[in-house]
Design a protein around this ligand. Structure first.
Ligand SMILES: Cc1ncc(COP(=O)(O)O)c(C=O)c1O
Length: 365
């Protein structure tokens, strides 16, 4: 049996007719950017995430960059982030010439440890980028109040968190600015790239609306230095179609995760990253941890199963950092995690037989 890590064409093959009709409808309008579909998408996302404002951007990387521009990040400002994340949590900081400050993660959640964030704060700390990982959200209420008192801005890298819940909070609900991704690996994705910035702050929203479109204000003047960051109407219509199916996508992913949990539950050699009872995960990724990670991965690969490692190189180890100034704190939990984590295939059309095949191989290894 051959099992791919992901099947990006899954939604298309299951909804071909609807999608093609949709694309034709949009093509016939002759309006390809910032028209009806984007308006629908921004309204849907702001409702789904319980935010006042949602503004679409060309990617989540760009959303994070524009969020930093919105809060006027200056060279030498310090920004706290985890080292255990994707490059896109870091690169926007470097694009602003600001200084990344790497802080360790909690071994239970693999996301930033609140106490360590607090210890790493200096008079130069301007923002914290909290990365919500693998389709699960952590409750940031306490951290957010702490940062607010210190005038430090919380940016939620919720690239992987759309559709998740923690307590009564939604993925993308918690940052002063939160950023979500629609790249093809995500639960809801464009046929290309796309992102969105979410906020409840009118001033931030007003600035973002200029930044995404060359700095133009409502009078048509180019008031500030801006960018060109948009999702096409075609892609917005695809994302809107998927959002209509969000509940079913989440249910299918949760069913797969539950089968993994059941079939791997007696395996003492692996630890599964599991949501707590107050969390609802989308299972953007299904992550296990094991000491024999590299060997197990080889074994699965030899039997036709593609897996991935999120993340095998920590951000502070990336070569590109050689030419930038940055600060690191003790990162022992991040170091430990990068050696142990393994992401197994998970997507709505993964079959029960395929999951059992994967679990049997892991259990009999
Ligand atoms: C944690 C994290 N942040 C940011 C991004 C960037 O998203 P995009 O690909 O939409 O730029 C990703 C994408 O994989 C991500 O996983």
């Amino acid at each position: 049996m051959k099992i791919a890590f992901n099947k990006f064409s899954g939604f298309y093959s299951e909804n071909k007719e609807k999608i093609l009709l949709n694309l034709e409808r949009v093509l016939n309008t002759g309006e390809y950017i910032r028209a009806n579909e984007i308006q629908i998408l921004e309204t849907k996302i702001s409702k789904l995430c319980n935010r006042k404002f949602a503004l679409t951007t060309s990617s989540c990387t760009n959303a994070i960059f524009l969020a930093l521009k919105t809060i006027d990040i200056k060279p030498s400002d310090e920004i706290i982030l985890p080292s255990f994340s994707y490059i896109a949590s870091l690169s926007p900081i470097l694009m602003c010439n600001a200084k990344p400050v790497f802080v360790d993660i909690s071994p239970e959640t693999l996301t930033l440890d609140f106490d360590l964030i607090k210890k790493a704060i200096t008079p130069n700390t301007k923002a914290v980028i909290f990365v919500q990982l693998f389709g699960c959200s952590q409750d940031l209420s306490e951290l957010k109040s702490f940062l607010k008192e210190k005038n430090i801005i919380l940016i939620e890298d919720a690239a992987q968190a759309l559709g998740s819940k923690v307590n009564n909070l939604n993925g993308g609900e918690q940052g002063d600015l939160s950023c979500i991704s629609f790249d093809p690996t995500k639960i809801i994705s464009a046929f290309g790239t796309g992102g969105v910035v979410l906020t409840n702050n009118q001033a931030y929203y007003d600035k973002l609306t200029k930044l995404i479109h060359h700095g133009r204000n409502q009078n048509g003047e180019f008031e500030i230095l801006g960018y060109n960051s948009k999702i096409s109407e075609l892609n917005a219509s695809i994302i809107n179609l998927q959002l209509e199916n969000l509940d079913s996508i989440l249910e299918r992913n949760n069913n797969i995760a539950n089968q993994y949990f059941a079939e791997l539950s007696n395996n003492k050699n692996i630890k599964i990253l599991k949501p707590n009872s107050n969390q609802f995960s989308t299972y953007h990724k299904f992550v296990i941890q094991t000491r024999d990670r590299n060997e197990l991965r080889k074994h699965l690969n030899n039997n036709g199963i593609e897996t991935k490692i999120h993340y095998s190189t920590l951000l502070h180890e990336q070569k590109l950092l050689k030419s930038f100034e940055f600060k690191t704190h003790n990162l022992q939990n991040s170091e430990y995690a990068k050696e142990k984590v393994l992401s197994l295939p998970i997507y709505p059309n993964l079959t029960k037989e395929e999951i059992s095949y994967i679990c049997n191989l892991i259990n009999n290894y």
